[in-house]
Design a binder for this molecule. Structure first.
Ligand code: APR
Length: 236
């Protein structure tokens, strides 16, 4: 039982950047070298499943080698300190979990799981990679358990319900460019404080959202230490 308040974290690829995982929209980001429509849409999958599997197999291998950074660890430590922490992440990596966070919702899926291409409820943990010819129990090709552009976001409603319960919303490392995920910010109560930590926060923060221009590895531990010292979630 916690009395210290409920922090909801909304994280994007920037929180994993200091773990060596590329973001998407930077000039050297993932979508520069890999056209979205080829590797992250149902149409791309139909055209060339081998290419799509290759793209995610490569990313999965990088993610397995990566380690949680100071930001992931600080958020996990806040739970240990008695705060309720729910993480809603756009990331498909497992770095929040490996850092020790126990409540993590992956809005855009999880790269370490495979799923049937005919029935999204048929989902399997992955030890290795996915090859062409690997099939689900219904005999259809396995695909990564990630949400592609043009697909529904099945956990969005649940995420909005959680956001509406937040005492504080901490947004970290996201350009807020992708819907519906980014609209999560509008589901918090009108008087719930909200902060964005991002090197580009000044430019990205919507009205009413406080901006902290910092990397996740610097900004998140600083704020977390403040909250632990105060025993409550307050704006810095
Ligand atoms: N610490 C914090 N933020 C950082 C860092 C860092 N060290 N480095 C970069 N960033 C920030 C960038 O300033 C940018 O605002 O991370 C953000 C990354 O933005 P995007 O590349 O647009 O990624 P994201 O917001 O996670 O994308 C959302 O788009 O294509 C999809 O499905 C994919 O989940 C992803 C979604």
């Amino acid at each position: 039982m916690t009395t210290l308040g409920h922090l909801v974290v909304f994280s994007g690829s920037g929180i994993s950047a200091e773990s060596g995982i590329k973001t998407f929209r930077a000039s050297d980001g993932l979508w520069e070298d890999h056209p979205v429509e080829e590797v992250a849409t149902p149409q791309g999958w139909q055209r060339d499943p081998e290419r799509v599997l290759g793209f995610y197999n490569q990313r999965r291998e990088q993610i397995r080698k990566a380690q949680p950074n100071a930001a992931h660890k600080a958020l996990a430590s806040l739970e240990q300190a008695g705060f309720k922490v729910t993480i809603i992440t756009q990331n498909i990596d497992d770095l929040h979990e490996r850092a020790g966070s126990s409540q993590v919702i992956h809005l855009h899926g999880e790269i370490l799981k495979a799923r049937s291409s005919v029935d999204e409820r048929m989902c399997y943990p992955l030890k290795g990679n996915i090859a062409l010819g690997d099939v689900c129990d219904k005999g259809s090709q396995l695909r990564p358990d990630v949400v592609w552009f043009g697909e529904a976001v099945p956990l969005f409603e649940e995420a909005c319900a959680i956001a509406s319960q937040a005492d504080f919303l901490l947004v970290v490392g996201t350009s807020l460019a992708v819907m519906p995920a980014a609209s999560l910010l509008s589901y918090i109560d009108y008087d719930t404080p909200c902060v964005l930590i991002d090197p580009d926060a000044d430019a990205l923060s919507p009205p009413g959202v406080a901006a902290i221009n910092a990397t996740a590895g610097e900004g998140v531990p600083t704020l977390v230490e403040q909250w632990k010292a105060q025993g409550k979630l307050e704006l810095p």
